[in-house]
Design a protein around this ligand. Structure first.
Ligand code: SPD
Length: 379
């Protein structure tokens, strides 16, 4: 997969924003505004590696609004800020399963759709699905969606497991005899209990969304059985590590693995990265654009949300980050390579096996967090 200029641009310009890592990033300054005019700004908090290299610049050129852009790689981190309040952000991007309880906690303002003239570009079927969590789609707009599967270094996995290995099953990750052979070349796992425990349960044939502590414990036990072979837990570092050949396997997010493949191809370093949705099924999730209740720059936020829903803007983002979107009108402008990649838009057969995350109640969340700390620290 050849994604546009990923490696070079990431290294050179947007190291702290569009390409990962925490931090604050402003689009370049416009030509001087009249002395008395106050500069319009917008504060956005998005996932790392989740926007095109030119989206913010183009928005600023057209509107004069300077975007202060911070990034995160964990729903848990975003949620902690939202719940504490006064985030200073005008637009944030939680995943749907977190958004559900954040709406209940009252952290978002309802959206005035009359101010979003591009809203009609969104896929009605997807909106209806989302409405089961956000009734009437009152608080959020779908941004991008993806799956949680396996990213791998083709040559290194074959070297470790044999040339005829079929890389199509979670067996590679969850059978200790397999993962033990990959430990030497490096194994990364997403640092989130809310994804990894359901993924383990799904592999065991259990309900991935079970809230029964005894069932959750089975998933945790499976993860504990492979714990010695996991090199690290992190939710964005694996992109560069896969691209550079520093790890050979990552349980990661579809577009991020495909970006790793693009970076390796662009670097011409001989690393080939693959992504698979295992045959036992995988998680499918939706990331949503929402406005905190106390957003200060509401007009600017509406302009930004509407801008993102333009077909050409969304297609540009998708072509850059290799994720699927809920923008139907953008689809014809999405590169064929992305549109037809089953890692981005899963086949019907794969779709039938995908599961989504339920909104997790606080008591289950506490079980997840405790188990996760135990898994990671051994205590
Ligand atoms: N680099 C962008 C990754 C976006 C991942 N969204 C996470 C969804 C989790 N359920």
């Amino acid at each position: 997969m050849k994604l546009k200029h990923l490696a070079l641009v990431c290294a050179a310009t947007f190291a702290l924003s569009a390409c990962g890592g925490g931090g604050e990033q402003a689009a370049p300054e416009q030509t001087a505004a009249p002395p008395a005019a106050k500069e319009k700004t917008l504060h956005v908090y998005n996932w790392s590696d989740y926007i095109a290299e030119d989206t913010l610049d183009n928005f600023q050129k057209e509107t004069g609004i300077k975007v202060v852009y911070d990034v995160f790689d964990s729903n848990e981190v975003l949620e902690a800020k939202l719940v504490a309040g006064s985030t200073g952000y005008d637009v944030v991007v939680p995943s749907l399963s977190f958004l559900g309880r954040q709406i209940q906690a009252g952290v978002f303002q309802p959206l005035d759709k009359a101010r979003l003239k591009n809203y009609g570009n969104l896929d009605e079927e997807l909106l209806q699905r989302i409405a089961t969590t956000d009734p009437d789609n009152a608080h959020a707009i779908p941004y991008l969606w993806g799956t949680t599967g396996i990213g791998y270094n083709v040559a290194k996995v074959k070297e470790a497991l044999g040339d005829d290995v079929e890389i199509d099953s979670w067996d590679i990750v969850f059978k200790p005899e397999n993962i033990a052979k990959l430990h030497a070349c490096g194994v990364a796992v997403l640092d989130t209990p809310q994804e990894m425990i359901p993924t383990a349960l799904n592999y065991l044939g259990e309900d991935p969304n079970s809230f029964d502590e005894a069932v959750i414990e089975k998933g945790v036990a499976l993860l504990e059985s492979i714990r010695p072979h996991i090199t690290y837990f992190h939710s964005s570092q694996y992109i560069n590590d896969l691209a550079n050949g520093d790890i050979c396997l990552a349980v990661g997010w579809s577009g991020d693995v495909l970006q790793a493949a693009g970076r390796a191809e662009e670097a011409e370093n001989g690393v080939e990265v693959g992504y698979v949705i295992p045959k036992e099924g995988a998680a499918m999730w939706f990331d949503m654009l929402a406005m905190p209740k106390d957003a200060k720059n509401v007009d600017e936020a509406y302009q930004f949300l509407d801008y993102l829903m333009r077909p050409e803007v969304m297609a540009g983002i998708q072509n850059y980050v290799a994720y699927a979107s809920g923008n139907k009108a953008a689809m014809p402008m999405v590169d064929e390579e992305i549109r037809t990649d089953p890692g981005v838009y899963p086949t019907e057969e794969a779709k039938a096996k995908l599961f989504t995350f339920k909104v997790v109640p606080p008591d289950v969340d506490r079980i997840y967090s405790r188990s996760w700390t135990r898994l990671k620290t051994g205590q």
